[in-house]
Design a protein around this ligand. Structure first.
Ligand code: PMP
Length: 297
């Protein structure tokens, strides 16, 4: 992720990643009390562009406010800082990781102060050939009565690590997690859609991290006149469907080969999911939503 030359933004300054220091006595490290984002930039015909950058920083601010972590940066400031981190590290296709940590405080009261870190590293987009073999996790997503699941909080990702590791230990690539009621929720780090008889289904926003990619997928579907239904469903409804995909900033649109070893039926090229994947790839490379609709018609 970094080497001796890597520059990060850290609490007001651009510094070498190897020289940045934080306190070992703090709520973020001890309790997972921090908020973050995962953002991607792309090399486009108009130079390096950060995809949906304002939306990501809106969510970061929402996450900080929800968690009572002080956060005073404006969205334009955050966008400028992000481009500057990319520039200082000579990055185009990159993953950008802003993190807001609580410091210094060790008690169980809200953060008194916070520090913003923005890191970035190179990202190679080789994902499109992936076909994930997914298992239904024995771990449930955090209960919305216990956590603010719509906020992107560091501590929530302990659940993701457990689910992901369980899947790998059992010979799968990824986990599909259910919510506390046993309905399909999301993956360890992405939202989920499946396709059956020409309709795309996805869980409603209630018990998931409402992804920015998920919103883009819904927009693409509107544009391409692909019906989308947001509803609760059990994993049985998804198993053996025509197609399915995970979507997220890092994952982009990634094809599922099977769920619990039951394959999805249709050839990927014959699915709406394939069209959505293609449309998403051109959007991140700077094409407008209008051009996508026209191209596929
Ligand atoms: N769910 C979880 C648990 C995630 O970690 C992510 C990645 N941020 C997503 C969904 C997808 O969100 P986005 O499309 O905004 O990256």
């Amino acid at each position: 992720y970094y080497d001796n030359d890597t520059i990060i933004y850290f609490d007001g300054n651009f510094v070498k990643a190897t020289e940045a220091k934080t306190d070992l006595y703090g709520q973020s490290l001890h309790y997972g009390y921090a908020v973050f984002e995962g953002i991607k930039s792309y090399k486009t015909p108009n130079g390096t562009q950060i995809f949906k950058v304002a939306e990501h920083y809106d969510r970061l601010r929402f996450s900080a406010e929800t968690m009572h972590i002080p956060f005073s940066y404006t969205i334009p400031e955050l966008i400028e800082l992000s481009y500057e981190v990319l520039k200082r590290n000579n990055l185009s296709d990159a993953y950008i990781r802003p993190l807001v940590i609580s410091s210094p405080n060790m008690g169980l009261s809200k953060a008194k102060e916070s520090q913003l870190v923005i890191e970035a590293w190179e990202w190679n987009n080789g994902y499109l050939t992936n076909q994930l073999r997914v298992m239904t996790s024995s771990y449930r997503r955090p209960n919305p009565e216990a956590f603010h699941v719509k906020a992107k909080v560091s501590g929530h990702y302990v659940n993701s690590i457990l689910a992901c590791q369980e899947a790998r230990d059992k010979g799968f690539d990824e986990a599909l997690l259910l919510d506390s009621n046993g309905n399909v929720a999301e993956s360890s780090g992405a939202n989920v859609f499946f396709e059956r008889s020409g309709i795309l289904f996805t869980p409603p926003k209630d018990n998931i991290l409402p992804g920015i990619t998920r919103a883009v997928v819904i927009e693409i579907c509107k544009k391409l006149e692909i019906p989308v239904v947001e509803k609760f469903f059990k994993p049985e409804m998804m198993k053996g469907a025509d197609a399915a995909f995970f979507c997220g900033t890092a994952a982009e649109i990634v094809t599922l080969a099977s769920l619990d070893a039951v394959p999805f039926c249709k050839k990927w090229v014959d699915t709406y999911s394939n069209q959505i994947q293609k449309a998403y790839s051109s959007l991140v490379l700077g094409k407008s939503m209008d051009s996508i609709g026209n191209k596929l018609k």
